[in-house]
Write a new protein. Structure first.
Length: 321
């Protein structure tokens, strides 16, 4: 497990700045107007949800103009905003800045016969994003490694080596290729890994959750290298697709939603020749923790395990015949 996380320190600083700003405002305005003090503290505390509301409106407007997916209803947009606001504080104020080392990688030899998993987070995240997933995987006896993609603001191609190291760690334990599960930019990092290291390789499968395979409308606002690569139909995205036309990806499942506030138009999170799974009304972070998505991934691992067990039985029967 990584020892350091630059993203954790960045989020810790962000939280401290917001808390300090709220305290200073309250101390300044309370003597003159308690109402102003309370209002200002509320605005500072709700800056994140305010930004999410703007994203939700933009996403809804763009998705309603896209006939490839069902248009989100007003109720779905409101529910998605409320859900994402809760996940904002849970993920970016708690798990990733403070609890990113709370759940360790699980590479117990007793799990060697089960499907191994590599978990790859997205932009402005770290391995703490996956804490609930890691607990569930451990409880079900699946070995796993969760990566930290750093530097935080770098070319997505720079993350290929990190993914490769994680894949090899799981392969060494199980003797078999793992299932790679990704959220958001993590899906592009896994595809960049496939381009750099996938020649002659196999995977149990690739799962992406809200990944901007065709780029995203929101990418236009980023000036960071990885953000620019995620712009709609960017040259980098096209080059990736061109490589995969010659070197197809392993079996891929793409989960996507019409209320994703980061990756939209929604259809950009789907891929040709993939098993595309649409989940209505789910925002970007919440999608990764939706019951249908988590249960679907666990079911996929079960199918892979059963298929491998069947192959082992057949092989032993042939050897003994």
């Amino acid at each position: 497990m990584p020892r350091h996380s630059s993203l954790a320190r960045l989020l810790q600083l962000s939280v401290c700045v917001q808390v300090a700003a709220a305290m200073l405002w309250a101390a300044w305005r309370w003597p003159a107007s308690p109402q102003q003090a309370v209002f200002g503290v509320a605005v500072i505390a709700l800056l994140g949800p305010i930004v999410l509301a703007i994203e939700a409106v933009l996403s809804a407007a763009v998705n309603r103009a896209d006939a490839r997916v069902p248009a989100p209803s007003a109720a779905q947009v409101l529910h998605a905003w409320l859900a994402e606001s809760g996940h904002l504080f849970a993920a970016f104020w708690w798990r990733q800045p403070l609890r990113w080392r709370a759940v360790e990688d699980h590479l117990d030899e007793r799990c060697a016969g089960r499907t191994g998993v590599v978990l790859v987070h997205g932009f402005m995240c770290n391995r703490g994003f996956w804490n609930a997933w890691m607990r569930r995987l451990r409880a079900q006896g699946h070995p796993y490694v969760a990566v930290n993609l750093e530097p935080v603001f770098a070319s997505i191609d720079a993350y290929a080596t990190i993914v490769e190291q994680a894949v090899r760690r799981v392969e060494q334990l199980t003797g078999r290729p793992p299932l790679v599960i990704c959220h958001s930019m993590g899906g592009l990092a896994a595809r960049a890994w496939w381009r750099a290291h996938g020649s002659g390789r196999t995977l149990a499968g690739l799962v992406t959750i809200g990944s901007p395979h065709g780029g995203t409308w929101m990418g236009r606002f980023s000036r960071m290298p990885n953000g620019r690569q995620m712009r709609l139909d960017s040259p980098w995205v096209r080059e990736l697709a061109s490589h995969e036309a010659r070197h197809p990806l392993p079996p891929t499942t793409c989960w996507y939603s019409n209320c994703d506030n980061i990756v939209f138009p929604a259809a950009t999170a789907a891929m040709e020749h993939a098993d595309n799974r649409f989940v209505a009304g789910q925002p970007h972070v919440a999608l990764a923790f939706h019951r249908e998505v988590m249960d679907g991934c666990m079911e996929l691992m079960g199918r892979i395990d059963r298929a491998r067990q069947g192959e082992s039985v057949t092989r032993r029967a042939l050897e003994n015949s």
